[in-house]
Write a protein that binds this ligand. Structure first.
Ligand code: PGA
Length: 240
């Protein structure tokens, strides 16, 4: 595991974007999977800017959506598809056929999971994944105590995830289930980047990187990833 610490969120966004752009330039046609929380937003905007400067072609790769709130769709402020479309897929002009999304409104969650697994397999597995760490240590919607099984699945959302969700929706919404690419599948990604910022995350960063490897802290499972770079601002790294 490589750990990179920079001064602040802005610097982090630029550095992670540069790393991802370099990867994309060297691996066109690979499959990438980006988290949609608050942490990567600046990085995603930076990638779009880099593309406008012709430093990267973001349509040269394929995309798999990491996770989604069950019951929410593109019309819903704060849904993962809405965030990714508004901040990244739209401004970067990524052709629809390059993107595979979870449909949080489709009651056939099993079908959604199998379709995502097929998409990942058809593109040779995930080349690069950019992940955040939730306040409870979750990765995507791999919540604490996450099932030890392959593929994609639905998960009952942890109370912490439910309370944190208000910041995305701007109001309370009754969300109880998430659909996600599972940690086992993410562990197979050839390159993984964990991006974290802010003092509030310092304790969970410490538990994830220095603590026991346990499904109770899903991010800790990534200590065993074969090619992991953890990229942090100073505040998030303050307890390491
Ligand atoms: P955040 O979410 O970037 O909004 O803190 C992190 C996550 O839950 O993955």
């Amino acid at each position: 595991m490589k750990i990179i610490i920079v001064e602040n969120h802005n610097e982090l966004s630029v550095l992670v974007a540069q790393k991802i752009a370099t990867y994309i330039n060297h691996n066109p046609n690979t499959l990438v999977c980006f988290a949609a929380g608050d942490t990567p937003l600046g990085m995603l905007r930076e990638l779009v800017t880099m593309q406008s400067r012709k430093e990267v072609d973001l349509s040269s790769v394929w995309y798999a959506q990491l996770d989604e709130w069950i019951g929410l769709g593109i019309e819903d402020i704060g849904s993962c598809v809405r965030v990714m479309t508004d901040v990244f897929f739209g401004p970067a002009n990524i052709p629809k056929e390059r993107i595979h999304l979870f449909d949080g409104l489709d009651p056939d969650t099993n079908g959604q999971c199998r379709a995502m697994e097929k998409w990942i397999a058809a593109h040779g597995g995930i080349g690069l994944t950019l992940l955040g760490i939730g306040m409870n240590g979750h990765i995507g919607f791999n919540e604490p105590g996450t099932p030890d099984r392959e593929g994609c699945f639905t998960v009952s959302l942890d109370d912490t995830t439910k309370s944190v969700s208000v910041k995305y929706f701007g109001a309370e919404r009754s969300v109880s289930t998430g659909i996600t690419i599972g940690w086992y599948e993410l562990m197979q990604a050839r390159t993984a980047i964990l991006m974290v910022c802010g003092e509030a995350k310092a304790p969970i960063v410490k538990a994830s990187l220095k603590g026991e490897v346990t499904v109770d802290v899903p991010a800790s499972l990534f200590q065993n990833h074969s090619s992991l770079t953890v990229m942090l601002d100073k505040a998030a790294a303050s307890l390491l």
